[in-house]
Design a protein around this ligand. Structure first.
Ligand code: AHR
Length: 335
């Protein structure tokens, strides 16, 4: 019965793929290049559980994964967990019941996955971590991680701040940090990388770190409360993603400060909106975190289906955009 459902699902997806392919003959989209068809495998059913739609980054990541599944002719079973771990666990259980070939997911937080991943392992389904990591004592629950080096991102942010403080001749630097979702990999590692980068610099002092959950609305709330508490003592806002930064900026302006001048603003992601604001001078530095992980995901899923070994960790190359550079040269970001 399960097999029948799965066959019907794959058939339906194949039909859709054929329809989309026919449409693309009528409306060719040059930007959406198909992959070399010799590598494609329409019989590969990939179950992917996405965290939600909390940021432009996340939406860009979803679009990229859907686009690359189409390019590689892979049947994608996509589930959006709407920011809830229990929805991700339920989605993974559905993937197991459907007998997908490969499971991939972006864990919203690091803890709490052992039971469901043991079920996937017992069912013989390989699991790929996308974007974020998990914390577990158990061996062999996942095959690999495809995602950014968040620690390095935090480091790059801290190193930029030291250069900026030198350039401005600052002798004391008060920092407020708006962090991402508590117990998530980017939150932990961006915090640790930044702290380590500034640790040896006696000018640097973190006044407070506050949980903004990667959301624009929370970024605004956190900034309001930080401004009430510290006002003009704040020299730097270090925010773990663009969404929270974009929420914080209007609050800084409403409080009578000029972001980018009265306060140094450092963000992470590098989405188009933040890059535009960087060019306006209201953000000083944006560390890139690319959401374009779909190609690596599809290639890894294909290898796993063929029983090949895969690299344990795949980090994309990332860069930094800041007021130290000629910003007119930044290409459109695509997210
Ligand atoms: O895990 C990546 C982070 O999650 C991005 O920085 C953020 O924008 C997203 O919501």
């Amino acid at each position: 019965m399960d097999k029948q459902i799965r066959r019907r699902f794959v058939k339906r997806l194949k039909g859709l793929t054929i329809l989309v392919s026919c449409l693309s003959l009528i409306f060719p989209v040059s930007a959406c290049k198909k992959n070399d068809s010799s590598q494609n495998d329409p019989n590969l059913l990939l179950g992917f559980s996405q965290i939600g739609s909390e940021s432009a980054w996340r939406i860009g990541n979803t679009n990229d994964i859907e686009q690359q599944a189409e390019n590689y002719g892979i049947s994608l079973m996509f589930e959006n967990a709407n920011q809830k771990q229990e929805n991700q666990i339920a989605a993974i259980r559905r993937f197991i019941a459907y007998k997908v070939d490969v499971i991939a997911f972006s864990p919203i937080v690091e803890d709490g996955w052992d039971n469901v991943l043991t079920e996937a392992k017992d069912a013989g389904i390989p699991v790929i971590l996308v974007d974020r990591d998990i914390s577990t004592e158990k061996e062999g629950l996942t095959t690999c991680l495809i995602g950014a080096d968040f620690y390095k991102e935090g480091m790059m942010a801290g190193e930029y701040l030291i250069r900026k403080a030198d350039a401005l001749g600052l002798d004391h630097v008060n920092i407020v940090e708006i962090t991402g979702t508590d117990n998530s990999t980017p939150m932990r590692q961006r915090q640790a990388g930044f702290a380590d980068a500034i640790a040896g610099d006696e000018r640097m002092q973190i006044l407070e770190s506050i949980d903004g959950d990667f959301l624009k609305s929370r970024g605004a709330e956190c900034m309001r409360s930080l401004l009430e508490k510290y006002g003009d003592e704040i020299d730097v806002v270090y925010s773990h993603n663009d969404e929270m930064t974009l929420g914080a900026l209007p609050e800084i302006e409403k409080a009578g400060f000029v972001p980018g001048k009265d306060m140094i603003i450092i963000s992470i992601d590098g989405g188009q909106e933040a890059i535009d604001v960087l060019k306006e001078g209201k953000i000083n530095c944006v560390v890139e975190c690319t959401p374009k992980l779909g190609k690596e995901l599809m290639e890894t899923a294909l290898k796993l289906k063929k029983g090949e070994t895969v690299e344990e960790v795949i980090h994309p190359v990332e860069q930094i955009f800041s007021d130290e550079q000629d910003l007119s040269k930044i290409e459109p970001r695509g997210y």
